[in-house]
Design a protein around this ligand. Structure first.
Ligand code: NAD
Length: 427
């Protein structure tokens, strides 16, 4: 039987390892290895057919010592409280590693928006905020989109919040549409941030990006823009894997001469599923869902789900793979880390690799607070500078202390957060 992984236990194991290494004192360790606040609630929604459906929802705040908590809201039929806990903790480390003045939180609703009408989704979003409004806000906890949520969901949530509070608070939530308080560049930010890190990594490894090949899992928001920038910089993308909602199975789409992210984007739906028949017509081979892992490429980019790289799948990873670029949250299980390190695969750890999203969300908040919006080039320049510096800090520390890249990123983040909780006098 395949081993199951609990993402929260994974997040705690990663934290414990580095906290012990840094000899963090017991008080700070006890505080930081669990969330500060967990809200679990139900949302009754009147469905279009007249029935009432009750959805289970969460908002979990891991830590806010460095500033207001920040983190997305996921819609997923298999969402669990432990996934949300883990993601809230990773948000704390993520904001700290890029040195933005925010803490970590995450939210989730157990639901499948793919089977819900727009009206049902709107009532669900408004119901979420009716339960949560006193615990979120621009100076308290700032939600954002994540898996299967988008700018429209954020606007319904913002509108409900502003209706209840009677004021305009555009900085209450990020990921809003441009023109309604959203930042230019937010759509691209996470995927581009992944590739800014990858580009710096390859430079340090003296591997010209245009000589490299990559395979990617996912073709949602993160994966698509990572694929676009990687190929723009000259990299060759060999394979893309994504979920097919009709067949209820994942497929890998492969083109050995190079996948074209633009043509794939034109045949994907809004949930990041590529149309199989149209892909075949464009010359793509259709392989099994996990075939993206076993391609002879230099770079693997898991950009879909957690727990994809396990000891069980490691033997399938080609000896050619030199970089594991963790665009998704928690794609690698802790028991796979040791083998990745032994194999000499350079890891760009998730909370550094995908921090471009939250960095741009921070820029969105700053712009909302000033009510003055920057041009896209300015946003992307600031993003590039922040990601390049964050990557180089982690890489330099890893080289200097001979640390695994994940551990080096944790050292930087944990030191910053421990310093904040101590300086505030919490521990
Ligand atoms: P998304 O919903 O836009 O896309 C998810 C993609 O994963 C889709 O292409 C879907 O088909 C694919 N997928 C789902 N199940 C699959 C399977 N079994 N095999 C292969 N592909 C599968 O989500 P996203 O926003 O791109 O987020 C992807 C990951 O990045 C998540 O781990 C998320 O938490 C993380 N993340 C997202 C952001 C952001 O700004 N969107 C920021 C930081 C981290």
């Amino acid at each position: 039987m395949a081993q199951t992984y609990n993402p929260f236990e994974n997040a705690q194991a990663q934290f414990d390892k580095v906290a012990d290494m840094l000899q963090v004192d017991e008080g700070a360790k006890a505080l930081l290895r669990q969330p500060m606040q967990e809200l679990r609630f139900t949302i009754p929604v009147k469905m279009d057919d007249g029935t009432v459906k009750v959805f289970n929802a969460f908002r979990i705040k891991h830590n806010s010592a460095r500033g207001p908590a920040k983190g997305g809201i996921r819609f997923h039929p298999h969402e669990t409280v432990d996934t949300v806990r883990a993601l809230s903790m990773w948000m704390t480390w993520k904001c700290a590693v890029v040195d933005i003045p925010l803490g970590g939180a995450k939210g989730g609703i157990i639901c499948d928006p793919r089977t819900m009408s727009q009206g049902e989704q709107e009532r669900l979003c408004r119901g979420y905020i009716r339960q949560l409004w006193s615990q979120v806000g621009p100076t308290l906890d700032v939600p954002a989109p994540d898996v299967m949520t988008n700018g429209q969901h954020m606007m319904w949530m913002l509108d409900e919040y502003e209706t209840i509070t009677g004021q305009r608070y555009p900085g209450m939530i990020t990921g809003k549409p441009v023109g309604l308080g959203g930042s230019l560049g937010r759509t691209e930010a996470t995927g581009f941030g992944v590739v800014y890190c990858l580009r710096e990594c390859l430079k340090n490894m003296q591997l010209p990006i245009e000589t490299t090949t990559a395979s990617i899992q996912g073709f949602g928001n993160v994966a698509e823009y990572a694929a676009r920038l990687y190929t723009q910089l000259g990299g060759k993308l060999i394979a893309v894997s994504c979920w097919n909602n009709t067949d209820k199975v994942a497929y890998t789409f492969r083109k050995l001469t190079g996948c074209d992210p633009e043509e794939l984007a034109a045949i994907k739906d809004k949930f990041g599923s590529i149309d199989k028949e149209k892909a075949i017509a464009l010359g793509y081979e259709v392989l099994e869902g996990d075939a993206w892992l076993s391609q002879d490429v230099d770079i693997l980019i898991p950009a879909a789900l957690e727990n994809q790289i396990t000891p069980a799948v490691l033997p399938k990873i080609s000896q050619q793979v030199k970089v594991l670029c963790e665009a998704a949250n928690g794609p690698t299980t802790p028991d796979a880390d040791a083998q990745i390190r032994e194999r000499g695969i350079m890891l760009i750890p998730d909370f550094l690799c995908n921090a471009g999203g939250v960095t741009c969300s921070y820029f969105e908040q700053v712009q909302c607070n000033m009510n003055y919006f920057w041009p896209k080039d300015e946003v992307l320049q600031k993003l590039e500078a922040a990601m390049t510096k964050a990557f180089q800090d982690v890489y330099d520390l890893a080289q200097e202390k001979q640390l695994y890249m994940r551990d080096a990123a944790y050292v930087i983040s944990i030191n910053r957060v421990v310093n904040a909780v101590k300086t505030r006098g919490w521990v």
